[in-house]
Write a protein that binds this ligand. Structure first.
Ligand SMILES: NC(=O)c1ccc[n+]([C@@H]2O[C@H](COP(=O)([O-])OP(=O)(O)OC[C@H]3O[C@@H](n4cnc5c(N)ncnc54)[C@H](OP(=O)(O)O)[C@@H]3O)[C@@H](O)[C@H]2O)c1
Length: 205
C-alpha cells in the first residue's frame, strides 16, 4: 500500500515509516521542508521517499496525520481535495485543546476534510515503542483504534497488526474521547514509574 505521512519528519512519522517500510509498504514523508524530508527519507530504509505535504497527500492511499494537534486543521484543510475518499489515520493528541472527555480530537480534526475516511490510532503509542512492538516482556503492545467507518478501521487494524502490534477495535469516535484523556495519564505514570517513555496501556482480555 502507498502511505503518505503528514509530519513524516517527526518522531512518530519516522518511526511509523520505518515500521511500514519494513513490511513492504511504500511510504512518503510529507513536510513543510520538502528537501529535509527527502534527506531524512534517504537515511531510512528503502521504500521511503520524502517531499511536500501536498505530495504526501497525493501519494498516499492511506495518509497518516502526524503533526501537532494545534496544526492539524491548518495542515489538512489545503489538502482536502487530495484526501477525498482516502483513509486518514489521526494520531494527534489534543492535550486538553478540545473539552476533555466530551469531544475527541478526531471529531474536531475531521471537519477539515469531511470526505476523508477518518480513523483514530496510535494515540497511546509512545514514539520510542514504535521499533519495539513486541514489548519488553514479549507481549505485543496494544494500539487502540476508533472510527465511524468500519471498513477503513479494518484496513488500519490490518496495517497495525502487520507491524507487530495488537490492534484493538475500540468502536467509534465517542471512545476516542476516552483515548485522548488516557494519554496525559500515561505520560504522568511513565514519568513516575518508569521515566523512559516506553510505557503503554494494555488491555488484558
Ligand atoms: N511523541 C509521541 O510519543 C506521540 C505518541 C502518540 C501520538 N503523538 C502525536 O503525534 C503527533 C506528532 O508527534 P511527534 O512526537 O512525532 O512530534 P514531532 O517529533 O515534533 O514531529 C511533528 C512533525 O510535525 C511537523 N510540524 C510541526 N509544526 C508544524 C506546523 N505548524 N504545521 C505543519 N506541520 C508541523 C514537523 O514537520 P516539518 O517541520 O518537517 O514540517 C514535525 O516533524 C502529535 O500530534 C502528537 O500528539 C505523539
Amino acid at each position: 500500500m502507498k502511505i503518505g505521512i503528514l509530519g513524516g519528519t517527526g518522531r512518530m512519522g519516522q518511526g511509523l515509516a520505518r515500521g511500514y517500510a519494513a513490511v513492504g509498504h511504500e511510504v512518503f514523508l510529507g513536510s513543510r521542508s520538502p528537501g529535509r524530508a527527502a534527506d531524512i527519507a534517504s537515511e531510512l530504509a528503502g521504500g521511503v521517499s520524502g517531499g511536500s505535504l501536498a505530495e504526501a497527500a497525493e501519494f498516499g492511499e492511506l495518509v497518516v496525520l502526524a503533526v501537532p494537534f494545534g496544526d492539524a486543521v491548518s495542515t489538512v484543510e489545503p489538502l482536502r481535495d487530495a484526501l477525498d475518499g482516502k483513509i486518514v489515520v489521526d494520531i494527534t493528541n489534543p492535550f486538553g485543546a478540545v473539552p476533555p472527555g466530551q469531544v475527541a480530537g478526531i471529531e474536531h480534526n475531521c471537519q477539515a476534510a469531511p470526505s476523508a475516511r477518518w480513523v483514530a490510532a496510535y494515540k497511546t503509542t509512545f514514539w520510542k515503542t514504535l521499533d519495539d512492538a513486541g514489548g519488553s516482556d514479549s507481549q505485543s503492545l496494544d494500539v487502540f483504534v476508533c472510527s465511524q467507518d468500519d471498513e477503513a478501521k479494518a484496513v488500519v487494524m490490518e496495517l497495525i497488526t502487520a507491524t507487530g502490534f495488537r490492534a484493538i477495535d475500540c468502536g467509534g469516535f465517542e471512545n476516542a474521547r476516552t483515548l485522548d484523556v488516557m494519554v496525559p495519564l500515561m505520560i504522568e505514570l511513565d514519568g513516575r514509574l518508569r521515566a523512559d517513555a516506553r510505557s503503554s496501556w494494555k488491555f488484558l482480555g
